[in-house]
Design a protein around this ligand. Structure first.
Ligand code: HEM
Length: 392
């Protein structure tokens, strides 16, 4: 993702500092009406035979939800409209998805809130009228963003379901292919032993095709390993992982490879950083990204891995290369399973990376360096942050 969904939404609706100011000014005017608006909101839902069914638990649930809606209005107008805000809103979106609330209810719900809040503004008859108009525009923008986040939660859920289906299919196919492949490998070993018993001058002719077949089987086996990695759901037992050690291990592993390609591998790692995660899985993430970066970098180029603390609760890891960057049209697609630009690739490397990071409650972004190379930026919960919510 070149930009986070939230940033994209803010830019799309044109939400800026003036809007933030206008919403802050609107808040004290609107606050006395939040309780009433919340009553109207749930009264409307209760009038609707199908929507009413969502409110299991009767009055107690409705009472709790009314309170939560009041808090929601307060924070919508108060901000700050930052990443934490987006995360909280996404959780609300996921709460609706979890109870299978039809997506179109969100339009009706948001429309009601918009009209009720606009009425408060109209009735305040602000002077000069321009003040009121600015507040109304800001209100429209932030509610558009809110609706966008709600709808994005449904989109995410569809993506999770789709991925789940692809995973099931991949796992099934991989097992089906692996069994006959193992049998073929065994038979190949038998064949090799027979060839080695032949007179030496006759061996070469038979061994050469055998080695070719064996190499191809190995390649297929590696591909299947990738497929299974992607398909296997992992329960994560997270613990503190020292980022410096993690990256250093990957760098040691790949140093000969980098040297052979003539690419410098440079590390700038903040000491003492610890992410909450599973070491082996995070190593796979860094390994995949650094390997991709090495592939993308020309001889004489540099691959940079940097880590730093991001706001205390997050650890940021960046892998940058000196390549040509990713074509804007491919930026979304490179994360999709089975999409690859490499002739020998399984197309699962980045899909695996993204899956692992999402399982850790982190996020991955593709950006570009000043020179136009690719820059993958990962945010992971730090070991000091409270445990992240489960995604699925
Ligand atoms: C579009 C505007 C809406 C907003 C701003 C909104 C806001 C919220 C908030 C803040 C929560 C609490 C989430 C949490 O922290 O646990 C919530 C949950 C809930 N909302 Fe909405 N909501 C909207 C639309 C609707 C509609 C149209 C319905 C019903 C037809 C509905 C039914 C529910 C229910 C049943 C829950 C509880 C979910 C659970 O059990 O976790 N919401 N909503």
């Amino acid at each position: 993702m070149a930009q986070s969904v939230f940033e994209e939404l803010l830019v799309y609706v044109g939400f800026g500092p003036d809007d933030a100011e206008a919403l802050h000014a609107l808040l004290p005017l609107a606050r006395p009406h939040f309780g009433h608006i919340s009553e109207v909101f749930y009264a409307r839902i209760l009038e609707h035979a199908d929507a009413r069914q969502a409110l299991e638990g009767g009055e107690v649930t409705v009472g709790r939800l009314k309170g939560l809606l009041v808090q929601w209005m307060e924070s919508t107008l108060a901000g700050p409209w930052d990443t934490a805000y987006f995360e909280r809103r996404s959780r609300i979106g996921r709460a609706h998805v979890r109870i299978a609330l039809p997506q179109h209810y969100m339009f009706g719900g948001m429309d009601l809130l918009r009209r009720e809040l606009a009425t408060v503004l109209d009735e305040a008859r602000l002077q000069p009228p321009e003040r009121g108009r600015r507040m109304r525009a800001a209100l429209d923008r932030i509610l558009d963003v809110e609706l966008g986040i709600m709808l994005h939660s449904y989109e995410e859920d569809r993506e999770v379901q789709r991925l789940q289906a692809v995973r099931t299919l991949t796992a099934g196919l991989s097992h089906e292919i692996r069994n006959p492949l193992n049998a073929a490998t065994l038979q190949l070993a038998v064949l090799e032993r027979r060839i080695r018993r032949m007179p030496p001058q006759d061996q070469a002719d038979s061994l050469q095709p055998l080695v070719l077949v064996r190499d191809e089987i190995r390649r297929l086996d590696r591909l299947l390993e990738d497929f299974l990695q992607f398909a296997r759901p992992h329960e994560l037992a997270r613990e503190p992982v020292v980022v410096e050690t993690l990256v250093q291990r990957v760098a040691d592993l790949l140093s000969t490879d980098a040297e052979r390609r003539g690419v410098r591998l440079s590390l700038q790692l903040e000491t003492g950083l610890r992410a909450r995660g599973v070491e082996s899985r995070l190593r796979e993430v860094v390994l995949n990204l650094v390997l991709n970066a090495l592939d993308a970098s020309p001889s004489g180029g540099e691959v940079r891995v940097t880590s730093r603390s991001a706001g205390g609760e997050q650890v940021e890891l960046r892998v940058e290369d000196d390549g040509e960057g990713v074509d804007p049209e491919l930026r979304e697609r490179i994360f999709q399973p089975f999409f690859t630009t490499k002739p020998q690739g399984s197309g699962l490397g980045l899909a695996i990376v993204q899956t692992i990071i999402a399982q850790h409650g982190g996020n991955l972004r593709l950006e570009h360096t000043e020179q136009g190379g690719a820059s993958f930026r990962i945010h992971l919960p730090s070991a000091t942050a409270p445990p992240p919510p489960r995604l699925s």
